[in-house]
Design a protein around this ligand. Structure first.
Ligand code: FES
Ligand SMILES: [Fe+2]
Length: 451
């Protein structure tokens, strides 16, 4: 726990106001999960660059990571009725996730046991799982239902032709799958992450927007660009008057990590002071994309005023919203569950997922979910809006101002991929503290891959 003044900075940390310092000025009690700091120290600080483009390394990831790890497959609300299903694909895996009973979700390898056709190509509803090629058919629980010309398969015994299942777990309204049937249960894999999200239950949100875009880079190049605030000063300098980048806190725990970047205070890297009025003007410009109409008075800070407005807007939708602390409604808390799932904490609606595209080491898919609270009946989830590799995020107006910020990130990604191949050095270097989430990720990746 550390709320000590960091005027001179702690060893290995930036001088200036830290996140823990800022919590001291919160107008509400702050949850203990936000007051803690981690003590783990990952070892990776220099990793070989070929893990971002080599076919062999990619194939190893498919075998040892994607075939063994818990991974988010879909939202529960995407398959509300019995027979509803989605096809989730990663590497060369194809997985059929289906609501087999009102309260039961199963996942099967999406391959026909006759001659191997993919059983389903797309999401939809079905009451039986029927292969389009010759019509072999299974029940929703995976038991064999019918083989046309059954007399012609004298060796086939029904009990040997149950569709192979994956492990399924649920958390926060998401469905997770793990192809490794021996793997630890999802709850054990998540560890303390559930405790952190108790005040921000993601199961009580709906999918207001869901945008996916194919990117010209390895999936790790893409997601690592969203795991630190170190790049903000160079890539998104317009955010700095109300974004305390170097005051960010980074923590790593078990299979997950987080960063918390304080909002409503200027970057210590800027050369002048900002008034609270200027800060809220920048905050509201950032969020609302329009001039501020907020006026600072009564000795309040920009973040206190902004938090008040946010609490008021959440109150009709979120029980207990009046008690949310300033940090929970103002700051950027980007959590990462290994290997590729990034739900934001507090009441920021962002959640990301990254994975390889089409089993290619140098292409990936980035998905952005906007998870909003709702009142009454859950609105239907937004269908996924696919953007091609050359379509900018601004083609998805449902993302608002975020799309323009993503375009700034995109300006790096293809060039990182290109530069990694061109490098004269064997590896890439990570910052000790500000890139600790990425270092932690590579420690876990090494563990899965047996490196
Ligand atoms: S491959 Fe599926 S029925 Fe023949
Ligand atoms: Fe960024």
């Amino acid at each position: 726990m550390g709320a000590e003044s960091s005027e001179k900075g702690r060893p290995g940390r930036a001088p200036g106001l830290s996140y823990q310092d800022m919590l001291a000025g919160d107008s509400k009690p702050v949850p203990e999960t936000l007051r803690g700091e981690s003590s783990q120290a990952p070892t990776s600080w220099y990793v070989p660059r070929d893990r971002y483009f080599s076919r062999d390394y990619h194939d190893l990831e498919v075998e040892r990571l994607w075939r063994r790890v818990w991974q988010m497959a879909c939202r529960e609300e995407e398959i509300p009725e019995v027979g509803d299903h989605v096809v989730y694909e990663v590497g060369d895996l194809s997985i059929l996730v289906v609501r087999s009973e009102a309260e039961r979700i199963r996942a099967f390898h999406n391959t026909c046991l006759h001659r191997g056709r993919r059983l389903r190509d797309d999401a939809g509803n079905m009451q039986k799982i029927r292969c389009p090629f010759h019509g072999w058919t299974w029940e929703l629980d995976g038991s064999l239902s019918r083989i046309p010309c059954r007399w012609d398969f004298p060796e086939v015994r029904d009990e040997d032709y149950q569709l192979p299942e994956l492990q399924v777990g649920r958390w926060g309204g998401f469905v997770f799958v793990n192809p490794d049937v021996e793997a630890e249960p999802l709850d054990a894999f998540l560890g303390d992450l559930s405790h952190h999200f108790e005040r921000w239950p993601l199961e009580a949100r709906y999918v207001k927007a869901h945008v996916a875009r194919v990117l010209p880079c390895n999936w790790k190049v893409a997601q690592e660009a969203f795991m630190e605030s170190y790049h903000v000063v160079s890539t998104h300098p317009q955010l700095l008057p109300s974004f305390n980048d170097t005051g960010s806190q980074y923590d790593v725990f078990g299979n997950w990590s987080r960063a918390i970047s304080p909002s409503g205070a200027p970057s210590p890297q800027l050369e002048r002071d900002y008034s609270e009025q200027e800060i809220i003007d920048w905050m509201t410009y950032r969020y609302e994309d329009q001039p501020s109409s907020f006026r600072i008075s009564d000795g309040l800070t920009a973040r206190q005023v902004y938090a008040k407005v946010m609490r008021a807007s959440l109150q009709p939708l979120v029980p207990g919203a009046a008690d949310l602390s300033d940090t929970e409604v103002c700051d950027f808390m980007f959590y990462t569950l290994f290997p590729n799932f990034h739900p934001w904490g507090g009441y920021n609606p962002i959640c990301y997922r990254f994975r390889p595209y089409e089993n290619e080491p140098e292409r990936s898919v980035m998905e952005v979910y906007q998870l909003h609270p709702f009142r009454g009946k859950r609105p239907p989830p937004a269908p996924v809006h696919w953007l091609a590799i050359d379509e900018p995020w601004t083609e998805a107006p449902e993302l608002g101002l975020l799309a323009r910020i993503f375009e700034q990130d995109m300006a790096n990604l293809a060039h990182v991929q290109r530069g990694l191949r061109a490098s004269a050095r064997p590896g890439v270097t990570f910052a000790n503290y500000q890139e600790v989430k990425i270092r932690h990720f590579h420690d876990l990746l090494d563990r899965y891959l047996g490196a």
